[in-house]
Design a binder for this molecule. Structure first.
Ligand code: C2E
Ligand code: CA
Ligand code: CA
Length: 628
C-alpha cells in the first residue's frame, strides 16, 4: 500500500476542517444567543439585528459546510465576526463583548494564516472604526443617544481604534511567533528525521543502500510473490589493498566499484553495500546467477586499477524463493555458500546447494565435538615406537594426539585443521604436552633410560611468547629429565619468523630439550636453515618412502638427505616404513632411526606398557613389533 505523502511543514499549524466546523458551530450559537439576549433585554437594537442576522448567516454556512472550502468558510466567518465586533464596539465602546469577539476573530486568523494575511483583520477592523468615526462626524450615521454621549464619540473611537490596533498586533504577533517557532522545530525535526533515515538505510561510504534497505526491499518483493536471484560479491584482495594503501584509498576504491556497478547493472536490479568488501545484488525475476555474476564482474574489472591491485571479485548466490522465503533465510544460505568459497582469488560464482548446508552442519558438529574435547580433557596421546635402523631396538616414541570416544571420533587429519582454523592450536598443544610429560616417566621406566619421547608442536604454540617459560615450568614440575623430550616442529614455522625460531630452539636446547625437524622435504626446502641452525633430528617426510621402491630418484634423494644429516651430526629418522621391501631400501641409507607401521602402530600408553611387560593375552595380539 503506498504511504500517504507527508503534508508540507506549513500545513502542520493550519486548522483542520473539523476544527473550523466546530468553531463555526460555536460562532453560530454565540451570535444566536447574543441576538436573543439583546432582544429580550430590549437593548442595542442594531447589535441585536447584526447578531441575529449573523447567526442566520453562520448557520447557513454550517449547513453548506461540506460544499465550502476551508478558506472560504474562514474568510466568511472572520468577516462576520468582525462586523459583530465592530457593531458592539460602536454601540458601546466601554463594554468588553466586542473586544472579546475581535480577539477570537484574530486568534482564528493568526492561527490559520501567515502573518501578512492575518494582519488584514486588525487593519480592516481599524479602518472600519475610522470609517464609522468619519461617518458619525459627517452625521451620515446616527448612533442612538443612550449608548454614548455624542460629543465624546469621535475621540472615544479614535482611542479605541489605536487600542484595537495595538491589541491586534500584540495577540497576532504572539501567535505568529509561536507558529514560527513551531515551524522551525518541525523543520529541524524533519531534517533530523531525513538524516536518520539516510543513516539507517544507506551506506555512508558508497551512497548505496545498506543491508537494512536490502532486507526491506527483498522481503517486500517476496511478500508480493516475486522471485529473484541474490548475489553477494566478495572482493578478495581488498584486505591486502587496505594494508598497503590505507583506509582512505580503500574507501575510495569501494566507492568507485559502487559507481561502476550502479552504472553497469540493469536499472531494475537492487544494489547494496554489505560489511567489509562485500556488495549485494538483488535481481528480480532473474534465475541465471552465472550471467548476473559475469555482468557484475565485468563492471568491477572494467576499472584497470582493480585488476592491477589484484582485487578479484568472487560471488555466492541464492535463488528465491527456492533457497529461502525471507531475506534472513536467503542470507543464511548465502553465508553457507560464502564459507565454502576458496579463501583466495576465487573468480567465479558459487550457487548455494542443500548439500552445502549439510556439510556446514557437519562441520559445526565437528567444531563442537573438538571444543568439547578441549574443555573436558578429551584429547590424549598415543605413542608410535621408533627403532634404531641398525638393531631395530626401541629408540623412543612419537606422541600423536587422539580424541577419546568410539571408532566414530575424528582423527588428527580432521581435527588438526579445525584447531588451526579456530585458533585453538596453542591451547591444544599445551594440553597435549602436559599429558605427554606426565607419561614420560612410565615410558622411560619400561623402555630404559635412553628412551626419548617426541611431541609435535605447532607453529602457533612454538612461537607464542610464553612457550619456553611454560614448557620449562612443566618439565621442572614433573621432575623428568629434559633430555628425554624431543619437540618436533615442521618446516612451516620458517615461513613466519626465522630469527624467533632460532632463539626459541636455542633456549630449549640449552635446557636439554631436543629439536626435531619434522616432515623434512614436504614443504619448501629448509636446507638453508639446516646450515644456520642446529637440529638434533631430521624426520624425512613419508612421501619419500612411499615411492622409493619404484622411483630411483626418491631413493637417491633419501640417501643424500641421510648423508647430509650424518655430516651435520643429527639423527635422521625415516617415517612411514610399511613394507619389508621399503625397509630393505631404507637400510641401504645412512638413516639413524625408522618409524612406521611395519614396526609399530600408534598405541595407547597402557597397551604399550602391557605389551612390554608381556601381560597381553594372546587373543589381543598387537599390530606392533616391540623390540626386546
Ligand atoms: P606426523 O607428525 O608426521 O605424524 C606421523 C603420522 O604418520 C601419524 O599420523 C602416524 O600415525 C602416521 N604414520 C606413522 N607411520 C606410518 C606408516 O607406516 N604409514 C602410514 N600411512 N602412516 C604412518 P597421525 O597420528 O594421523 O597424525 C597425523 C598428523 O597430525 C601428524 O603427522 C602431525 O602433523 C599431526 N599431529 C598428530 N598429533 C599431534 C599433536 O599432538 N600436535 C600437533 N601439533 N600435531 C599433531
Ligand atoms: Ca611428527
Ligand atoms: Ca612427520
Amino acid at each position: 500500500m503506498p504511504a500517504t505523502p507527508d503534508p508540507a511543514p506549513s500545513a502542520y499549524y493550519q486548522m483542520s476542517p473539523g476544527l473550523v466546523d466546530k468553531i463555526l458551530l460555536c460562532a453560530t450559537m454565540i451570535a444566536g444567543a447574543s441576538g436573543l439576549a439583546e432582544y429580550q433585554a430590549h437593548i442595542f437594537p442594531i447589535s441585536m439585528l447584526v447578531d441575529s442576522a449573523s447567526a442566520v448567516f453562520l448557520g447557513g454556512l454550517l449547513l453548506c459546510r461540506r460544499h465550502l472550502s476551508i478558506q472560504l468558510k474562514l474568510v466568511l466567518m472572520l468577516l462576520t465576526g468582525m462586523v459583530i465586533a465592530l457593531t458592539s464596539m460602536v454601540q458601546n465602546p466601554y463594554a468588553p463583548d466586542g473586544y472579546m469577539v475581535m480577539g477570537g476573530v484574530l486568534a482564528v486568523a493568526f492561527a490559520h494564516w501567515p502573518l501578512r494575511r492575518a494582519m488584514l483583520i486588525p487593519l480592516l477592523a481599524v479602518l472600519g472604526l475610522v470609517l464609522i468615526t468619519v461617518l458619525i462626524q459627517l452625521h451620515w450615521v446616527v448612533i442612538p443617544p443612550f449608548t454614548v454621549q455624542a460629543e465624546n464619540a469621535a475621540s472615544a473611537w479614535l482611542i479605541l481604534a489605536m487600542c484595537m490596533a495595538l491589541m491586534s498586533v500584540a495577540i497576532g504577533g504572539t501567535i505568529h511567533e509561536l507558529k514560527a517557532r513551531l515551524l522551525r522545530h518541525i523543520g529541524l525535526l524533519e531534517g533530523a528525521n531525513a538524516r536518520l533515515e539516510q543513516y539507517a538505510f544507506h551506506d555512508e561510504g558508497t551512497g548505496l543502500g545498506n543491508e537494512r534497505s536490502l532486507e526491506k526491499n527483498i522481503d517486500a518483493d517476496l511478500a508480493a510473490g516475486r522471485s529473484g536471484c541474490l548475489l553477494v560479491l566478495q572482493l578478495s584482495g581488498m584486505e591486502l589493498f587496505h594494508a598497503i594503501h590505507g583506509g582512505k584509498e580503500r574507501d575510495e576504491q569501494l566507492r568507485r566499484i559502487a559507481q561502476a556497478l550502479t552504472a553497469g547493472m540493469p536499472a531494475g536490479h537492487l544494489l547494496a553495500k554489505l560489511d567489509g568488501a562485500q556488495f549485494a545484488l538483488w535481481a528480480r525475476d532473474v534465475a541465471d546467477s552465472e550471467a548476473l555474476y559475469q555482468r557484475a564482474r565485468q563492471c568491477v574489472l572494467a576499472d584497470p586499477a582493480l585488476a592491477r591491485f589484484g582485487i578479484v571479485p568472487g560471488a555466492a548466490s541464492v535463488s528465491a524463493p527456492r533457497d529461502g522465503a525471507s531475506y534472513r533465510e536467503l542470507m543464511k544460505n548465502i553465508q553457507v555458500a560464502l564459507s565454502m568459497m576458496p579463501a583466495q582469488d576465487f573468480a567465479g560464482c558459487l550457487p548455494f546447494s542443500a548439500d552445502m548446508a549439510r556439510q556446514m552442519q557437519a562441520s559445526l558438529v565437528l567444531k563442537q565435538q573438538i571444543r568439547h574435547a578441549l574443555d573436558h580433557n578429551g584429547f590424549y596421546p598415543v605413542y608410535q615406537a621408533k627403532v634404531h635402523s641398525s638393531s631395530h631396538r626401541n629408540a623412543g616414541f612419537e606422541a600423536l594426539a587422539r580424541i577419546s570416544g568410539g571408532a566414530e571420533v575424528p582423527g588428527p587429519g580432521v581435527f588438526i585443521p579445525v584447531l588451526h582454523e579456530e585458533g585453538w592450536m596453542a591451547e591444544f598443544g599445551m594440553l597435549m604436552l602436559r599429558r605427554i610429560i606426565d607419561d614420560i616417566p612410565a615410558l622411560v621406566q619400561a623402555f630404559g633410560a635412553e628412551t626419548k619421547v617426541a611431541a609435535n608442536v605447532s607453529p602457533p604454540l612454538f612461537l607464542s611468547p610464553e612457550f619456553v617459560s611454560d614448557l620449562t615450568q612443566l618439565v621442572q614440575r614433573s621432575g623428568i629429565d629434559p633430555t628425554r623430550l624431543i619437540i618436533e616442529i615442521t618446516e612451516e614455522v620458517f615461513a613466519i619468523d626465522v630469527e624467533r625460531i632460532r632463539r626459541v630452539c636455542r633456549e630449549l636446547q640449552q635446557l636439554g630439550i631436543q629439536i626435531s625437524l619434522d616432515d623434512f622435504g614436504s614443504g619448501f626446502s629448509s636446507l638453508s636453515f639446516l646450515r644456520s641452525m642446529h637440529f638434533d633430528e631430521i624426520k624425512i617426510d613419508r612421501s619419500f618412502i612411499a615411492s622409493i621402491e619404484q622411483d630411483e630418484k626418491s631413493f637417491l634423494l633419501l640417501t643424500s638427505i641421510c648423508k647430509l644429516g650424518q655430516d651435520l651430526q643429527c639423527r635422521v629418522v625415516v617415517e612411514g616404513v610399511e613394507t619389508a621391501a621399503q625397509l630393505t631400501r631404507v637400510e641401504q641409507t645412512a638413516c639413524t632411526q625408522i618409524q612406521g607401521f611395519l614396526f609399530a602402530r600408534p598405541l595407547p600408553l597402557a597397551t604399550i606398557l602391557a605389551a612390554q611387560q608381556g601381560v597381553t593375552a594372546p587373543s589381543q595380539s598387537l599390530p606392533v613389533h616391540l623390540p626386546h
